[in-house]
Structure formats: C-alpha cells, structure tokens
Design a protein. Structure first.
Ligand SMILES: Nc1ncnc2c1ncn2[C@@H]1O[C@H](COP(=O)(O)OP(=O)(O)O)[C@@H](O)[C@H]1O
Ligand SMILES: [Mg+2]
Length: 364
C-alpha cells in the first residue's frame, strides 16, 4: 500500500501510524524549508496548487491520496483535484468534494445550508451598510471566509458596526449567543458517518475571545445539554454534506433559550482532534488513513472507543516531562504536546477528574 500525503506540516501526527501499518509514504510539499520532510519515505517539492501532487500521484502509482491541509484556502482546489483524479484515474482522494467545500468554506452559504436542512443557527442578516441592521445588540460581525477568529468582531453598539465597515463593505451579522462553545468531529466515508464525542471549548465572551485561547475539556459536560443531541445534529449535517473525510463542527448552547445552535463546519484536520483522541481514543487523522486502506468502518470505530476525562491547555513552551515514543500517540502516552514553539498546547487525559488534575499539575 502506497499513499501520497499532501502537505508536511501535520505529517508528524500520523507518521507513527503510517509506519505501524507498513504503508509506503510519498509526500508533496511546496515549501522546501517546511517541517517533517525527514519523516516520509519519499518527498517531492512541488509548486503550490494541486497539479504537482496529481503528477506525483500518477508517476508514483499511489493507491490513495490523503491531503493533510489544516487551512481553508486550498480546500477547493483539493476538492476539484479529488473529483478529477477519482473519475479519470480511479485513485481515491480522502477529502471533501466540491459541493461540501463550497457549502462549508463560506459562512453565509453554511447558514443557508443549515436553514435548508432544518438545523438551528443563530439569526442573521447580510449587511451592506450599518443602517440596515435590525438585530438587537450585541451582534457578531463576520466575513464569509476566515478561520481562527480572523475578521470577527462582537459589536455592542452602532459605533462598533460603523468601525467594522471602515475595513469591510459587507458583513455577515449574527445574533450574539451567550453560552457554551462546543466542537465535534464527524468522520465520513462512502456514505457512512460517525459523530465522535463533543468537546467543550469554554463560554462565549463579549470580547469574542477565540477558543484557541481557552482551556478546553472532553467529553463535553454542559448543564442542560444532552451530548446525544449534539452528536445527532452533527450526524445530520454530515449526512447532508454527503462527502468524505473529517467534518469538524462548531456549535453553541444557550442555557437561557435551551437551544443548540450550529455555527460552522470545517472539512479538514482541525484543532479539536487532539481532545477528541484524548477523550475517545479515535484519531481523526489515523482514520483518514484507515479510509484509504479499507479499514474504516463503524464497527472498527466502536471497537476503539474508550472514555477518558481530558483537557487541553495553551502553554506557550512546554517544559514538563518528556513523552514516550511515538510522542504524538495517546496509545503510548497520557498526554500529547503540539503546536509551534511559543504557541504550544498540551492535551492530557486520565480515568477520573481527580487523576486528570494531578496529571495537569505534573505537566504544567
Ligand atoms: N453568534 C455568536 N455568538 C457569540 N460568539 C460568537 C458567535 N459567532 C462567533 N463567536 C465567537 O467567535 C469565534 C469564531 O467564530 P467562528 O464563526 O467559529 O469563526 P472562525 O472560523 O474564525 O473560527 C467563536 O468561536 C466564538 O468565540
Ligand atoms: Mg470556529
């Protein structure tokens, strides 16, 4: 079995699994100074875009292609490449297709999609000028595209909206939801979908603090919110997207309205994955590989499922005890350190809340 991976930045997360499975690895990367280029069996430096990876896949006669791309902009090119390569060359590409990327890469289209399939999302308006606003303050202003909180502002007054329009001439304006932020990963392949346990990412704040900068925990334990509802809703969204790969979804729960709201979908490897793996032992990136090698199934996922208490803490630079090899695997560790220097995070798990507290004390 020979697999082409596109992009090296996340490759160290799966290298141990590729080796464990005896897979021959080929990797393409556009940046010759990127990390992890020493790990795969073969590396090809190619120009940006999907032509290079496609040529390498054909030349190397690979059995499958797995894009490991953690940012939004290339996803649409990947999706077009997937459709072409699967149709013309019969090589599976484990990624979302064009329709799924078009629906999810733009927050406005995603909201229309939620409405079409009957999934509740915060009320919204598309503003082309501040005086069109009819929602009550506070409101959240966003652009169609962006990740990590980019171009997002919580507006408390019309002055804030005016200020936002100094930089933009249009906005997705959403009612501000006071409550808990929840993320969940859904894995999809060949019409089968499995929603993994939801993760708690903190409370929304009027400053619009992004969950990237908060302490997160798994499994999600939010008073009044049934995790089955989150999993069922996420499953419904994924089934309607009807595509392959990882679907990470953001939700919010308002205790005041006792309502779960769908916020956005990312069809790529995402920041929730370490906590998901810590909590239930299913690793979404490894499952992409299982999809490629014919080992992804609901039964196989069920067999792996475990139940741990877990947490993820932004830590800057990790200075605690060294993890065991392979350092990115919870199979051999009760914690994983990840992220670039200065922005590292540690994700830890234990059998009880008390043991988790003790472990976190030891690590931080
Ligand atoms: N309707 C909302 N109510 C309250 N907070 C929000 C709302 N929408 C977004 N936020 C805050 O902004 C963050 C980023 O918004 P999101 O739509 O998920 O965009 P991104 O793609 O940047 O993650 C959310 O995680 C949340 O903290
Ligand atoms: Mg988000």
């Amino acid at each position: 079995m020979k697999i082409l991976f596109i992009g090296s930045r996340l490759y160290d997360d799966v290298d141990w699994y590729v080796k464990e499975k005896g897979i021959e690895s080929v990797l393409t990367e556009s940046n010759e100074n990127a990390i992890n280029l020493d790990l795969p069996d073969q590396v090809f430096i190619v120009p940006r875009g999907m032509d290079g990876p496609k040529q390498v896949a054909l030349m190397q006669n690979v059995d499958a292609i797995i894009p490991l791309i953690g940012i939004d902009p290339p996803l649409i090119d990947v999706a077009h490449m997937k459709e072409e390569v699967e149709k013309e060359h019969g090589i599976p590409v484990i990624a979302a297709d064009v329709r799924a990327v078009e629906l999810t890469s733009n927050k406005i289209k995603t909201k229309e999609f939620y409405n079409d399939i009957g999934v509740v999302t915060p009320n919204y308006q598309i503003l082309t000028s501040p005086d069109e606003l009819t929602l009550d303050f506070p409101v959240v202003l966003k652009q169609g595209e962006g990740q990590g909180g980019k171009d997002i502002k919580v507006a408390k007054s019309i002055e804030d909206v005016n200020e936002y329009f100094n930089d933009f001439n249009q906005a997705l304006c959403e009612e501000f939801i006071e409550g808990s932020e929840i993320s969940i990963e859904v894995l999809g392949f060949n019409g089968e979908y499995v929603a993994l346990p939801p993760i708690y990412k903190g409370e929304t704040t009027i400053e619009g603090t992004h969950p990237l900068n908060k302490v997160k925990t798994g499994p999600c334990m939010v008073k009044g919110l049934d995790n089955n509802l989150v999993q069922h809703t996420a499953y419904k969204v994924a089934k309607n997207l009807n595509s392959d790969g990882i679907f990470e979804m953001d939700f919010m729960y308002s205790p005041k309205n006792d309502q779960l709201y769908a916020i956005e979908v990312n069809t790529r490897p995402n920041g929730t994955r370490y906590l998901t793996t810590a909590t239930c032992s299913v690793n979404s990136l490894c499952e992409l590989i299982n999809m490629a090698i014919g080992e992804f199934s609901l039964a196989n996922i069920s067999d792996k499922l475990e139940y741990y208490y877990s947490t993820e803490i932004p830590i800057g630079n990790y200075e605690g005890p060294s993890p065991k090899e392979p350092v990115k695997s919870f199979a051999y560790n009760d914690f994983v350190v990840h992220g670039p220097e200065g922005y590292q995070r540690v994700t830890a798990r234990a059998n009880s809340k008390k043991e988790l507290e003790d472990l976190v004390d030891k690590l931080t």
